[in-house]
Design a protein around this ligand. Structure first.
Ligand SMILES: [Zn+2]
Length: 566
């Protein structure tokens, strides 16, 4: 289905869409004068409707134009980083904007042959605004028409543009920006910056924030180790290095951000809060997370309300209804430990994210500690341990250290990516004892085996398990009958047939077989007396009766036999 949309989009004539875009814009701007209010919301809505109509998409699909364009970029320009990559690549970006029907100017001298820069006429307020947004006001030398020069045409913000009077938009190359806004537009930090000078700091700060927003970064990271401080953005889930900065500057920026979040800085405590940043007319919120550890720190600002990369939904994971009910109930505990176990590739992460997203929707503050972060999710605060691998040797930062830090914050839910050694296990119990609901994964093959692993090799005493363990999910994935060709087997389930869709194997995709046990409070690990228990046998039968797996596979798993897929 989605592929059809892409194909249609690829075949589309971009100048046509842009003409639609421009015509709506032009006519309304022409008709009005500067004093008249332009209804930009209406224009945006019309423009969206036009595009939706054009590509013949269903209304419930809430993909925005930006996302469609990003998809197109990935397909047509084969850039994995999406739009962020494209705008950073001058040649490809020029080609892209020209194909949209815009004029593109690589250098200031070329621009000034056709247009005159009218920035000097702007009020100080407007000029400052233009500087942060990388906008230049221009006048056509021949027609005397007002023109706006912008860098980013995909994320055109009509509310922002409504501040200006113009009849046309042209696109500025990196060369123009460098000439107008200074050679140091790229975030390059000199080594002799005066960190006591507020104006200097403001300049760097706005540059950093402006560029992150312009590039569509989901988060901004500043990390200080003993030797240097570095800045990087995450754009489309990819780490983009922005260079190093002097340690003094990193410290000053950190203090400023902590103050903006209404928190007190400390060299030992971890801090989290929310930062409001004015960008153009918009107020953009960032979630600030700061981990201080002796002389080093790691600071993350995640944009709130951006779009998540992957949506995980409990109901879309093919669990039987009874299993979904137990999983739902597990998320209702206020504290305790919930363990998800299985082999590599058993769908543990998908389940975990689905559970956490459900909790985040209930206004719980979810913190994850992962190594590395598998899916960027803007509804959580994520700590990526793999980022610390390059830090100095004295600065050891792993699961146990991160849990200690997180416990000082006001989180409710913690995900500890993986528990494989006693130190992490004891922090897991510790967090649960301190009133957190803690999730973690382990590599065991059954729920009972998980409990014995905890007491034996992980060194947790039985009393702690009894008090804290709330539930275990132990799962594996089993081949799923092909939806296109399966047929009733006459025994209450389905059997395999084979068709083109499944390459004549009769199977397509996989479904989870999950053993799920929910313990009563104070009875952790008591399999004789559980609150709810979906055994492997029940799970296999349920998936068979749902018509998802074959009787042979169900029987083999119940008997404890290995099921081969290929
Ligand atoms: Zn088939």
């Amino acid at each position: 289905m989605l592929k059809d949309v892409f194909d249609k989009y690829k075949k589309m004539d971009f100048s046509k869409i842009l003409k639609l875009k421009k015509e709506t814009k032009k006519s309304s701007v022409f008709k009005s004068d500067e004093k008249q209010k332009i209804d930009f919301k209406d224009i945006i809505q019309k423009q969206k409707n036009n595009i939706v109509k054009f590509i013949n998409k269903k209304e419930e699909d809430d993909k925005t134009l930006t996302i469609l364009i990003e998809d197109m970029i990935k397909e047509k320009y084969s850039l994995t980083g999406g739009y962020g990559d494209l705008i950073a690549n001058e040649t490809k970006y020029a080609e892209f904007v020209r194909s949209l029907g815009y004029e593109y100017y690589p250098s200031y001298s070329e621009l000034s042959q056709v247009y005159q820069d009218t920035s000097f006429q702007l009020t100080e307020e407007k000029l400052e605004f233009c500087t942060t947004m990388y906008i230049i006001t221009l006048e056509d030398k021949k027609t005397k028409n007002k023109v706006l020069g912008v860098r980013d045409v995909v994320n055109l913000d009509f509310e922002v543009l409504s501040k200006f009077y113009f009849t046309k938009i042209v696109v500025l190359g990196e060369g123009v920006l460098s000439s107008v806004f200074g050679e140091d537009r790229e975030i390059v930090f000199g080594s002799n910056n005066d960190t006591d000078n507020d104006e200097e700091i403001n300049k760097y700060f706005d540059k950093m924030m402006g560029q992150a927003i312009l590039l569509g970064a989901s988060d901004i990271h500043i990390q200080k180790t003993n030797r240097f401080a570095s800045l990087w953005f995450r754009i489309d889930g990819i780490k983009v290095d922005m260079g190093t900065m002097p340690i003094a500057l990193a410290k000053t920026l950190k203090r400023r951000l902590v103050t903006m979040a209404d928190q007190e800085d400390s060299d030992y405590e971890s801090i989290n809060g929310v930062i409001n940043y004015e960008y153009g007319k918009k107020n953009i919120k960032f979630r600030l997370g700061l981990i201080n550890s002796k002389l080093n720190f790691s600071l993350v600002m995640r944009m709130i309300g951006g779009r998540g990369v992957v949506a995980h939904n409990l109901r879309g994971l093919n669990y039987p209804a009874e299993t979904v009910d137990i999983l739902d109930n597990l998320t209702k505990y206020a504290n305790g430990m919930i363990l998800i176990t299985g082999q590599v590739g058993s769908g543990k992460t998908h389940l975990m994210y689905a559970l956490l997203q459900q909790l985040a929707k209930q206004q719980q503050y979810v913190v994850t500690i992962e190594d590395p972060v598998e899916y960027v999710d803007e509804s959580f605060f994520q700590i990526d341990l793999s980022e610390y691998a390059s830090a100095s040797e004295e600065f050891k930062y792993g699961y146990p250290e991160a849990v200690v830090d997180i416990l000082r914050q006001d989180s409710n839910i913690i995900l500890i990516g993986e528990t494989r050694e006693p130190e992490t296990a004891s922090q897991l119990v510790n967090a649960s004892n301190l009133g957190q609901l803690v999730f973690s994964t382990m590599h065991t093959n059954s729920a009972p085996a998980t409990v014995s692993r905890m007491t034996s090799s992980l060194g947790i005493n039985e009393g702690d398990i009894v008090d804290n363990l709330r539930g275990i999910v132990s799962q594996r994935l089993v081949r799923k009958l092909c939806e296109f060709c399966k047929e009733p087997d006459g025994e209450g389930g389905n059997k395999k047939v084979g068709c083109e869709e499944c390459s004549h194997t009769g199977f397509k995709d996989r479904v989870p077989i999950a053993e799920v046990v929910r313990f009563k409070i104070g009875y952790g690990g008591d399999f004789e007396n559980p609150a709810q228990y979906m055994t492997v046998e029940k799970a296999c039968k349920a998936q068979y009766h749902e018509g998802l797996i074959t009787k042979e596979d169900a029987d083999a798993i119940i008997k404890g036999e290995e099921v081969w897929y290929d």
